[in-house]
Design a protein. Structure first.
Length: 303
């Protein structure tokens, strides 16, 4: 619980720092600096664990991740700069909803009808937040949907990593993602580079450091905690986004944004808990089958 709570707080700090730099830096420049500094932070650990840990077993996983995470991160950073903090976090909360159709399409997983209904309800919440019919300009209508595309990119990365990245170490995936994304974004960052001040460099190091620490705490929590506890605590992201948006950026959401956020949150909670119950049932069935098989085998053995 402590690992997850700290991860959520540190992730919120990272989002706040990204939003604070959004007006001062171009998005590609911010994206490049975030991953370049990430390399500097991770390099001592890479030297410590050795290059065998960083070896590639499936190169297409690394290149696939850099494209999906690079574009997803760009849309996250752009959305944080142009949308209220709580609205951006709410829209990126749709990542688990996108994972359902992607898992069915790419991994051929069976999705229950209740999960499909919850996902549709979640996307209805997105429409309440975005309200494209009420948008006064093309940009105001497009930015929320750019956030959705970012969530789709992250969801696709998660599903593809699950399906094809089983033989890659966690550190290898994180380290090479930083290296390749920095190379991928360098040309665009150079073309729109803006001068850096000491305050901006401090924010960039805070973004990279909090991002590394967030990943470490999250992965550590996955190794020692139950998925039910992790899922329940992860929902604190949304109320924290509303709190920090109000305290730091003086953002007060309207009623429809709050209702849409609650609909998305309820959908994600339902899907998470439904999947946990299904996993527990499957585990119980498997344990019972193993017990029956052991009993049959024991009876079949000669005395």
């Amino acid at each position: 619980m402590l690992l997850i709570l700290n991860a959520i707080l540190i992730g919120s700090v990272m989002d706040i720092c990204i939003k604070l730099t959004g007006d001062a830096l171009a998005t590609w420049q911010l994206l490049f600096l975030r991953w370049f500094v990430n390399i500097i932070v991770l390099l001592p650990f890479a030297l410590h664990v050795g290059w065998r840990t960083l070896a590639w077993h499936n190169p297409r996983v690394h290149f696939m991740r850099v494209v999906l995470v690079g574009l997803g991160s760009y849309m996250l950073f752009y959305s944080l700069a142009h949308l209220p903090l709580a609205m951006t976090i709410s829209l990126f909360f749709t990542e688990p909803l996108f994972m359902l159709p992607l898992a069915a399409l790419l991994l051929k997983e069976k999705i229950s009808p209740l999960n499909w209904l919850a996902a549709l309800a979640g996307f209805a919440g997105v429409l309440l937040i975005a309200r494209p019919a009420d948008a006064m300009s093309w940009e105001s209508a497009a930015v929320p949907f750019l956030a959705l595309l970012g969530a789709l990119g992250f969801a696709t990365c998660q599903v593809m990593t699950k399906g094809y990245g089983k033989h890659e170490t966690t550190f290898s995936l994180i380290f090479w993602l930083s290296v390749l994304t920095a190379l991928f974004t360098a040309p665009m960052a150079y073309s729109e580079w803006k001068p850096m001040t000491p305050q901006l460099w401090l924010l960039i190091f805070a973004i990279a450091g909090s991002g590394c620490l967030y990943n470490y705490l999250w992965i550590s929590a996955l190794r020692v905690g139950s998925m039910a506890s992790i899922a329940n605590l992860s929902y604190l992201n949304l109320p924290l986004a509303y709190l920090f948006g109000w305290l730091i950026f003086d953002e007060i959401p309207d009623l429809m944004t709050v209702v849409g956020s609650l609909v998305i949150l309820a959908s994600v909670i339902f899907i998470g808990r439904h999947n946990i119950r299904q996993a527990r049932k499957a585990k119980l069935v498997e344990s019972a089958a193993q017990a029956v098989a052991g009993t049959v085998a024991a009876k079949a053995e000669p005395c």
